[in-house]
Ligand binder design. Structure first.
Ligand code: ASP
Length: 220
């Protein structure tokens, strides 16, 4: 988890020419800073809306606030034992096919509201919430634990490899997520420029922008 880097996806991009695939914690922020990426006060990521959501969550669900945060009205982290499904996801994902046929995917998230300290969701895990190879790029959102158990993003790619259409692969991957007890959505593009954006939740604002065309957005 990064806490000071303003643009985490830029930090991930700055890792592409390194031998490592995944950096976490302070070392990831140091990596970003070393690459000239903007560092900010961690409090600047806290929005009034998110704070309100956490307060509502704390009022609704049984939680054990971490001792050092108890009594601190500014505390935004808590140990939650409630249902992560009550969360309204805030993840932002992007998938891209460039003019040379290269595919890329990125997923940036603050995780689930009220999540347990130390929890890692699917978004940063390659193969779970994010995947790109020579055939397909995928970014997921939803209840991360189910996406991790289903290996959802890589599953889309595997199904495409096996001959499924991108659309069918997306639906099958969400069905696998449902079997693992979760819901959510994903966006995917393949090397032919096909796009699919299936969801098993009430809403997932999304858009498609093809070169030379007007962007199209869909809500929910
Ligand atoms: N998938 C993310 C997680 O579980 C949450 C989200 O999509 O907003 O951390």
């Amino acid at each position: 988890m990064m806490t000071r880097t303003a643009h985490p996806v830029a930090a991930a991009a700055a890792l592409l020419d390194q031998p490592e695939v995944l950096l976490v914690g302070d070392a990831a922020d140091v990596h970003a800073a070393t690459n000239g990426l903007e560092q900010v006060d961690p409090d600047s990521f806290v929005t009034d809306r998110q704070r309100r959501r956490l307060e509502q969550r704390l009022a609704r669900d049984p939680v054990a606030i971490e001792p050092e945060l108890a009594g601190d009205p500014g505390a935004i982290e808590a140990e939650a034992v409630g249902d992560p499904g009550a969360n309204e996801p805030e993840t932002v994902g992007a998938v891209c096919l460039d003019a040379t046929g290269v595919l890329a995917a990125a997923t940036s998230t603050g995780g689930l509201t009220g999540q347990r300290r130390g929890r890692v969701g699917d978004s940063p895990l390659i193969g779970a919430g994010t995947w790109a190879d020579r055939r397909v790029a995928v970014s997921c959102t939803g209840q991360g634990e189910a996406f991790i158990r289903a290996g959802a993003a890589r599953l889309v790619a595997a199904l495409v490899e096996q001959g499924h259409t991108l659309e069918s692969a997306g639906h099958k991957a969400l069905a696998a997520v449902a079997e693992c007890g979760g819901s959510g959505g994903l966006i995917a593009v393949d090397v032919h420029g096909n796009v699919t954006t299936p969801l098993s939740t009430a809403a997932m604002p999304r858009g498609v922008w093809r070169a030379g065309e007007k962007p199209i957005s869909t809500v929910p």
